[in-house]
Write a protein that binds this ligand. Structure first.
Ligand SMILES: [Zn+2]
Length: 226
């Protein structure tokens, strides 16, 4: 039996270290910057509203329960902010609210990677759920065909992760530009905004590295059965 303690598991260690580093980096940055109140004194909700208005976007802003549940829903044109972000007024809250507006700007400006990512969402979620069961059933019973399908499905999930990277970095870049041009943040608050946006993006790099190494691991396991 190869799963789950085969030697290829070692491959995942660098990605696990990177993931751990990214998680602790985003947590510590968030912990510091969520305590740092912005001088403009607006809430995350108001910041989102202002940026939407300044950039002539037409979308609603809603509050949603949970922590770090903030997201932009392109199908309904709704920007949902978690309670902490919507009601808080810290540098972290500003950054997160602006990042979600960044995604709405991507959609309006027909940013290619954003459009492609939206198309891939359903494919990737089915792919990543089905990939491992198919692959390991194939591995246990030596059905090479099933292993290949598992690898194909997982490749789609990896492709999705890879496309997510430029989408997230670009949303943060747009968020930074929108915020710094909005007049809502002081010049000396800008470096902290950048820090928060970069820390959040790093978690996507870690997730992509993890997915790519998982794929390599599946391919190596597949070859060991030839
Ligand atoms: Zn994002």
């Amino acid at each position: 039996m190869f799963y789950p303690f085969d030697y290829t598991f070692i491959l995942l260690i660098p990605a696990l270290i990177l993931a751990f580093y990214a998680q602790s980096k985003v947590k510590s940055t968030y912990a510091t910057l969520s305590q740092k109140q912005s001088r403009a004194g607006l809430s995350g909700f108001e910041v989102a509203k202002q940026l939407i208005q300044q950039n002539n976007l037409s979308l609603r802003v809603e509050e949603t329960p949970g922590q770090l549940t903030d997201h932009y829903d392109p199908s309904r044109e709704v920007l949902r902010l978690s309670t902490d972000v919507a009601r808080g007024g810290s540098i972290a809250d500003y950054s997160i609210a602006a990042h979600e507006v960044g995604h709405a700007l991507q959609k309006r400006e027909k940013y290619g990677a954003f459009a492609l990512r939206s198309i891939l969402v359903p494919v990737a979620s089915i792919g990543s759920q089905a990939a491992f069961p198919l692959f390991f059933i194939g591995l246990i019973f030596s059905f090479r065909f099933l292993m290949d399908i598992g690898i194909l499905f997982f490749s789609l999930a990896v492709l999705f992760q890879v496309i997510t990277l430029p989408v997230e970095y670009d949303a943060s870049r747009r968020a930074y530009l929108a915020l710094t041009h909005s007049g809502l943040v002081a010049v000396d608050e800008q470096p902290d905004i950048k820090k928060m946006l970069n820390a959040a993006a790093l978690t996507y790099v870690a997730a992509t590295a993890m997915a790519a190494l998982q794929l390599l691991r599946l391919i190596l396991l597949r070859q060991s059965r030839d």
